[in-house]
Design a protein around this ligand. Structure first.
Ligand code: BGC
Length: 264
């Protein structure tokens, strides 16, 4: 009984303490801004839209939020869905976006797994208007790679998701918008046609894993990378026996964590 009463009393004190020392919102916001900018990291995928906020050191400050990519995935429907998810996020000062296609200066050039109306769409400007914050947009595999790499020698990143993303780095410097996925691979098909999500669903896991192994065997003597990183939602389907010594499976969250690097 005495213990319970003591616990209750200390709980009350803590609550009371919290109430009395709680700073006004404007003070908390000023202190947060002084600690450095927070980045809203957004990953636009063919299947899901994901986001979280990173602290000034690139550490997540909240749980990742996700909603299904609306279909058809037009600029209007995707932006509407993004705004809904953004409204649930903690405060942020700037925005980084990984987009599943070629992006030049914030403007979309290709979007093979979204609606064709994305071509020419100024995504950076649309999000600047929506959030009133500075926005940087890059290819999704490039952002993922920035979250993965060691920054030494030649490093290649492949993302195994709806599409096949690729990113190439030399001593940490990005070669932007490498589109290996649409390069012919074998049997008249591209890499993406053989190891993308549609191929996995059509031919099953066993055949898909065989195609990933063949793709890795093909790419290694072309790029002679120190390390190849395999990310994206389907990388987890690979077994250690599928991987050469210089391959690493990376976290699916790297697609968001790399967002901080767009501001370096
Ligand atoms: C696109 C790439 C993208 C990849 C993964 C491919 O279809 O061409 O730009 O990185 O899908 O989303």
């Amino acid at each position: 009984m005495a213990k319970k009463a003591a616990k209750r009393a200390s709980g009350d004190r803590r609550t009371a303490g919290r109430r009395t020392v709680r700073k006004p919102r404007v003070v908390r916001e000023t202190q947060r801004a002084a600690a450095g900018p927070r980045t809203l990291a957004i990953d636009i995928g063919g299947t899901g839209l994901k986001m979280l906020v990173l602290d000034p050191h690139g550490k997540p400050v909240n749980e990742r939020g996700r909603i299904a990519t609306p279909q058809p995935a037009t600029p209007a429907s995707v932006l509407r869905a993004l705004k809904t998810l953004i409204a649930t996020q903690p405060p942020f000062d700037r925005v980084s976006v990984g987009f599943p296609g070629v992006v030049h200066d914030g403007v979309v050039k290709t979007a093979p797994n979204l609606a064709s109306s994305w071509q020419g769409h100024d995504l950076a400007q649309a999000l600047r208007t929506a959030t009133r914050k500075p926005v940087r947009v890059c290819n999704d595999a490039d952002v993922q790679g920035l979250g993965d790499i060691d920054g030494k020698g030649v490093e290649l990143v492949l993302t195994l998701g709806t599409g096949l993303g690729s990113a190439l780095f030399v001593d940490g410097r990005l070669v932007p918008n490498l589109e290996l996925g649409h390069h012919p691979f074998r049997h008249g098909k591209t890499y993406e046609e053989l190891v993308g999500k549609a191929a996995l669903e059509k031919s099953g896991k066993k055949r898909w894993r065989k195609h990933v192994r063949e793709a890795l065997a093909q790419l290694d003597p072309i790029f002679n990378y120190r390390t190849i990183y395999l990310g994206g939602g389907n990388a987890k389907l690979l077994k250690p026996s599928d991987l050469p010594k210089n391959a690493r499976i990376t976290s699916n969250e790297a697609g968001l964590l790399g967002g901080i690097a767009l501001w370096r």
